[in-house]
Design a protein. Sequence first.
Length: 81
Amino acid sequence: MARLAALIVLVIPGILAAYGIKLMRDTFFGIANLGTLPLGLQFLFGLALTILGIGFFAGFLLRRDRKNGRVSERFKEKQKS
């Protein structure tokens, strides 16, 4: 059950990142998907979705690898004194 929850947690940001890439691509070709929103704002919205989706995925993997001890020294958390 925990693996299914982890899969769902990773799939949702992946879908959002893919939609962000689609919005940026459609802006490049002049296709408005978000109604009357200007194309420049559509591109920025797509860029934000892409960065947030990929960032969440990368943070999730970094946290998991830190917990399992699979990261190099520069990615390990500093000891609080």
